[in-house]
Write a protein that binds this ligand. Structure first.
Ligand code: IMP
Length: 183
Protein backbone atom coordinates (compact mmCIF):
# COMPACT_ATOMS: atom_id res chain seq x y z
CA UNK A 1 0.00 0.00 0.00
CA UNK A 2 1.26 3.49 -0.92
CA UNK A 3 1.32 4.79 2.68
CA UNK A 4 3.16 1.86 4.28
CA UNK A 5 6.53 3.58 4.04
CA UNK A 6 5.18 6.48 6.15
CA UNK A 7 3.65 4.44 8.97
CA UNK A 8 5.58 4.06 12.24
CA UNK A 9 2.98 1.77 13.83
CA UNK A 10 -0.59 0.60 13.51
CA UNK A 11 -2.55 1.46 16.66
CA UNK A 12 -5.97 0.02 15.81
CA UNK A 13 -6.57 -2.46 12.99
CA UNK A 14 -9.53 -2.47 10.60
CA UNK A 15 -10.82 -5.64 12.25
CA UNK A 16 -10.68 -4.08 15.71
CA UNK A 17 -12.55 -0.99 14.45
CA UNK A 18 -15.28 -3.11 12.83
CA UNK A 19 -15.71 -5.26 15.93
CA UNK A 20 -15.94 -2.21 18.18
CA UNK A 21 -18.42 -0.51 15.83
CA UNK A 22 -20.64 -3.60 16.16
CA UNK A 23 -20.54 -3.34 19.95
CA UNK A 24 -21.24 0.40 19.93
CA UNK A 25 -24.06 -0.05 17.40
CA UNK A 26 -25.70 -2.68 19.61
CA UNK A 27 -25.44 -0.41 22.67
CA UNK A 28 -26.86 2.58 20.75
CA UNK A 29 -29.70 0.40 19.41
CA UNK A 30 -30.60 -0.56 22.97
CA UNK A 31 -30.29 2.95 24.42
CA UNK A 32 -32.39 4.64 21.72
CA UNK A 33 -34.96 1.87 21.22
CA UNK A 34 -37.90 4.12 22.16
CA UNK A 35 -36.89 7.10 19.95
CA UNK A 36 -34.26 6.82 17.20
CA UNK A 37 -31.69 9.65 17.17
CA UNK A 38 -30.56 11.93 14.35
CA UNK A 39 -26.89 11.17 13.80
CA UNK A 40 -24.89 14.34 13.19
CA UNK A 41 -21.49 13.53 11.72
CA UNK A 42 -18.68 16.06 11.72
CA UNK A 43 -16.95 16.38 8.36
CA UNK A 44 -14.68 15.10 7.21
CA UNK A 45 -12.94 12.83 9.68
CA UNK A 46 -15.98 10.96 11.01
CA UNK A 47 -17.25 9.71 7.62
CA UNK A 48 -15.62 6.23 7.59
CA UNK A 49 -16.66 5.64 11.21
CA UNK A 50 -20.23 6.82 10.51
CA UNK A 51 -20.42 4.45 7.53
CA UNK A 52 -19.34 1.49 9.65
CA UNK A 53 -21.40 2.40 12.72
CA UNK A 54 -24.77 2.85 10.96
CA UNK A 55 -24.61 -0.74 9.68
CA UNK A 56 -24.94 -1.87 13.27
CA UNK A 57 -27.65 0.45 14.56
CA UNK A 58 -30.86 -1.50 14.15
CA UNK A 59 -33.21 1.52 14.26
CA UNK A 60 -34.91 3.83 11.77
CA UNK A 61 -32.16 6.47 11.98
CA UNK A 62 -31.28 9.42 9.77
CA UNK A 63 -27.98 11.25 9.49
CA UNK A 64 -26.80 14.72 8.52
CA UNK A 65 -23.45 16.51 8.38
CA UNK A 66 -21.80 19.57 9.89
CA UNK A 67 -18.37 20.96 9.11
CA UNK A 68 -16.46 22.90 11.72
CA UNK A 69 -12.97 24.30 11.54
CA UNK A 70 -10.49 22.35 13.60
CA UNK A 71 -6.85 21.64 12.95
CA UNK A 72 -4.09 22.86 10.69
CA UNK A 73 -1.26 20.37 10.74
CA UNK A 74 -1.01 18.89 14.22
CA UNK A 75 -1.89 21.96 16.25
CA UNK A 76 -5.24 23.41 17.23
CA UNK A 77 -6.21 26.77 15.78
CA UNK A 78 -8.20 29.18 17.95
CA UNK A 79 -11.97 29.01 18.12
CA UNK A 80 -14.24 26.52 16.41
CA UNK A 81 -16.20 27.95 13.48
CA UNK A 82 -19.20 26.35 11.76
CA UNK A 83 -18.37 26.06 8.07
CA UNK A 84 -21.34 23.91 7.01
CA UNK A 85 -24.51 23.74 9.07
CA UNK A 86 -27.12 20.97 9.12
CA UNK A 87 -29.81 20.70 6.45
CA UNK A 88 -32.19 19.18 9.01
CA UNK A 89 -33.92 21.03 11.86
CA UNK A 90 -32.88 19.59 15.22
CA UNK A 91 -35.88 20.94 17.16
CA UNK A 92 -37.19 18.27 19.52
CA UNK A 93 -34.76 15.64 18.26
CA UNK A 94 -32.35 13.44 20.17
CA UNK A 95 -28.97 13.99 18.56
CA UNK A 96 -26.08 11.60 18.48
CA UNK A 97 -22.97 13.50 17.45
CA UNK A 98 -20.48 11.31 15.55
CA UNK A 99 -16.83 12.32 15.90
CA UNK A 100 -13.54 10.78 14.81
CA UNK A 101 -11.51 11.84 17.83
CA UNK A 102 -12.07 13.93 20.95
CA UNK A 103 -8.85 15.75 21.76
CA UNK A 104 -9.04 19.06 23.67
CA UNK A 105 -12.84 18.66 23.72
CA UNK A 106 -13.47 22.13 22.27
CA UNK A 107 -15.18 20.85 19.13
CA UNK A 108 -17.75 18.64 20.81
CA UNK A 109 -18.44 21.19 23.54
CA UNK A 110 -19.14 23.94 21.00
CA UNK A 111 -21.21 21.73 18.70
CA UNK A 112 -23.24 20.23 21.57
CA UNK A 113 -24.00 23.72 22.91
CA UNK A 114 -25.00 24.92 19.43
CA UNK A 115 -27.37 21.98 18.87
CA UNK A 116 -29.01 22.40 22.28
CA UNK A 117 -29.36 26.12 21.58
CA UNK A 118 -31.16 25.23 18.34
CA UNK A 119 -33.71 23.20 20.28
CA UNK A 120 -32.39 19.63 20.27
CA UNK A 121 -33.98 17.59 23.08
CA UNK A 122 -30.71 15.89 23.92
CA UNK A 123 -27.19 15.59 22.54
CA UNK A 124 -24.90 12.62 23.12
CA UNK A 125 -21.52 11.93 21.55
CA UNK A 126 -20.09 8.80 19.96
CA UNK A 127 -16.42 9.00 19.06
CA UNK A 128 -14.13 6.48 17.44
CA UNK A 129 -11.15 7.67 19.51
CA UNK A 130 -10.70 9.52 22.76
CA UNK A 131 -7.45 11.23 23.80
CA UNK A 132 -8.29 12.17 27.42
CA UNK A 133 -4.74 13.27 28.27
CA UNK A 134 -5.13 16.27 25.91
CA UNK A 135 -8.42 17.51 27.35
CA UNK A 136 -8.72 21.27 27.96
CA UNK A 137 -12.50 21.45 28.22
CA UNK A 138 -14.28 19.23 30.75
CA UNK A 139 -16.36 17.07 28.39
CA UNK A 140 -16.91 13.34 28.09
CA UNK A 141 -18.08 11.30 25.12
CA UNK A 142 -20.97 8.96 25.88
CA UNK A 143 -19.72 6.17 23.60
CA UNK A 144 -16.00 5.68 22.96
CA UNK A 145 -14.41 3.28 20.47
CA UNK A 146 -10.86 3.33 21.77
CA UNK A 147 -8.82 5.44 24.14
CA UNK A 148 -5.45 6.51 22.72
CA UNK A 149 -2.34 8.05 24.24
CA UNK A 150 -1.07 11.56 23.52
CA UNK A 151 0.12 10.88 19.97
CA UNK A 152 -1.03 12.35 16.68
CA UNK A 153 -2.90 9.64 14.77
CA UNK A 154 -3.98 9.27 11.15
CA UNK A 155 -6.18 6.97 9.08
CA UNK A 156 -9.81 5.83 9.13
CA UNK A 157 -10.92 9.40 8.33
CA UNK A 158 -8.21 11.24 10.23
CA UNK A 159 -5.67 13.25 8.31
CA UNK A 160 -2.37 15.00 8.51
CA UNK A 161 -2.68 18.01 6.20
CA UNK A 162 -5.48 16.22 4.29
CA UNK A 163 -3.41 13.05 3.69
CA UNK A 164 -3.95 9.49 5.02
CA UNK A 165 -7.73 9.79 5.60
CA UNK A 166 -8.44 6.76 3.43
CA UNK A 167 -6.26 4.27 5.29
CA UNK A 168 -8.42 1.41 6.63
CA UNK A 169 -6.66 1.43 10.03
CA UNK A 170 -5.47 3.96 12.62
CA UNK A 171 -1.75 4.56 12.78
CA UNK A 172 1.06 6.88 13.76
CA UNK A 173 3.34 8.50 11.19
CA UNK A 174 7.12 8.31 11.13
CA UNK A 175 8.76 11.50 12.42
CA UNK A 176 10.22 12.35 9.00
CA UNK A 177 6.71 12.75 7.54
CA UNK A 178 6.25 15.88 9.67
CA UNK A 179 9.73 17.18 8.81
CA UNK A 180 9.09 16.78 5.07
CA UNK A 181 6.03 19.00 5.23
CA UNK A 182 7.82 21.75 7.16
CA UNK A 183 10.65 22.06 4.60
P1 IMP B 1 -10.75 18.97 19.70
O1 IMP B 1 -11.67 20.09 19.43
O2 IMP B 1 -9.43 19.45 20.21
O3 IMP B 1 -11.34 17.89 20.58
O4 IMP B 1 -10.36 18.36 18.32
C1 IMP B 1 -11.13 17.48 17.61
C2 IMP B 1 -10.72 17.44 16.16
O5 IMP B 1 -9.31 17.67 16.01
C3 IMP B 1 -10.97 16.08 15.56
O6 IMP B 1 -12.25 16.02 14.98
C4 IMP B 1 -9.89 15.97 14.53
O7 IMP B 1 -10.31 16.56 13.30
C5 IMP B 1 -8.74 16.80 15.06
N1 IMP B 1 -7.74 15.94 15.75
C6 IMP B 1 -7.45 15.91 17.04
N2 IMP B 1 -6.47 15.02 17.31
C7 IMP B 1 -6.14 14.48 16.12
C8 IMP B 1 -5.18 13.46 15.73
O8 IMP B 1 -4.45 12.87 16.53
N3 IMP B 1 -5.16 13.18 14.41
C9 IMP B 1 -5.96 13.79 13.49
N4 IMP B 1 -6.84 14.73 13.80
C10 IMP B 1 -6.94 15.07 15.12
Amino acid sequence: MWAEKDIKKVLVSEEQICNRAKELGAQITEDYASKPPLLVALLRGSVPFLAELIKHIDLDIQYDFMDVSSYEGTESIGDIKIIKDLDTSVKGLDILLVEDIVDTGRTIRTVCETLLHKGASSVKVVTLLDKPSRRIVDVKADYVGFEVANEFVIGYGMDFDQKYRCLPYIGVLKDECYQNIEE
